[in-house]
Design a protein around this ligand. Structure first.
Ligand code: G1P
Length: 300
């Protein structure tokens, strides 16, 4: 069985939900506490044993490449000023030479197309795919457990979480079959099902391990939901020939693709840090008191 060595990060999206913040700054570079969103996702992949990080970028995303490069001047200045902790931290997060690749999705044709753009860099081996909107708390990475399930099954693995059935139309949804090892057999998949037609409330949370045969399928994949080339439609075709297993992730994910989710991530990540927790909890309590009681919208 081939090891999962490479991970693909589709980072070409425009980030329109964050305008004007994303006019000049890619949404993946927005900061959760003190790291850009993309850094958390790369760290999750590294924790899972990934050795090569492939970014499918687009126009105005060059700063992502800079972020994963060595900043010699900065390192030199930190060393001169005796800021050894900060320097060590930067070095710990630094990919080694040759561990990153960048390619461009020239047109926004959908997730399936973005993944296909990485075909030559991935080559003929299984790969991890991590959508950068979703981040998980450090040490609760989803990909590490997925790699363990892959090592037992040797095939395709998709992570899912439960959603409110009312929200199922926003996601890719899978059908659940028999349990196996730490996962279950996937019996069906549908991208953005019409209300009331979803096979379950298990949504694809943006973490995948896929076999390279997906690329040939994506090459000829016609447009689906939202008039885009959908990865889920390609996976459905691959599922006729290869097994797909689901991994039910039970840690917490934060959807940094929406402003509210992004604020939630910032608060949660700050509260999860021992060096900030007490101070931030005080600040939040103080702010809630200052702004007065929160009037919630009624459920009806
Ligand atoms: C994509 C996938 C979808 C998945 C979602 C998770 O959709 O196509 O299957 O559930 O990511 O965030 P998008 O968010 O790009 O519409």
């Amino acid at each position: 069985m081939k090891k999962v060595r490479k991970a693909v990060f589709p980072v070409a999206g425009l980030g329109t939900r964050f305008l004007p913040a994303t006019k000049a700054v890619p949404k993946e570079m927005l900061t959760v506490v003190d790291r850009p969103v993309i850094q958390y996702v790369v760290d999750e992949a590294r924790e899972a044993g990934i050795e090569h990080f492939i970014f499918v970028t687009g126009r105005n995303k060059a700063v992502i490449e800079d972020h994963f490069d060595i900043q010699f001047e900065l390192n030199h200045t930190l060393a001169q000023r005796g800021k050894d902790d900060q320097l060590a931290r930067l070095q710990r997060l630094q990919p080694l030479a040759g561990q990153t690749s960048f390619t461009r999705q020239q047109e926004p044709l959908g997730l399936g197309h973005a993944v296909w753009c990485a075909r030559d860099i991935v080559g003929d081996e299984p790969f991890a795919l991590l959508l950068p909107d979703m981040i998980t708390l450090p040490d609760q990475g989803c990909m590490k457990s997925m790699v363990e399930l892959y090592e037992r099954t040797g095939t395709n693995v998709i992570a899912v979480e439960e959603c409110d059935p009312e929200e199922a139309h926003k996601y890719g949804i899978v059908g659940k079959g028999a349990n196996i090892h730490t996962g279950f057999e996937i019996t069906g998949m549908v991208e953005k099902p019409k209300k009331g037609t979803a096979p379950s409330n298990l949504f694809i949370n943006g973490r995948y391990i896929l076999q390279p045969e997906i690329f040939k399928i994506l090459e000829n994949q016609e447009r689906g939901a939202g008039n885009e080339i959908q990865l889920t439609d390609g996976m459905l075709k691959l599922a006729r020939k290869q097994k797909f297993y689901g991994f039910h992730y039970r840690g917490r994910t934060f959807d940094c693709g929406s402003p509210e989710g992004f604020v939630e991530a910032n608060v949660a990540f700050a509260l999860s840090r021992p060096d900030m927790r007490a101070k931030v909890a005080d600040l939040i309590e103080g702010l809630v008191a200052d702004f007065g009681p929160v009037r919630r919208r009624s459920a009806s």
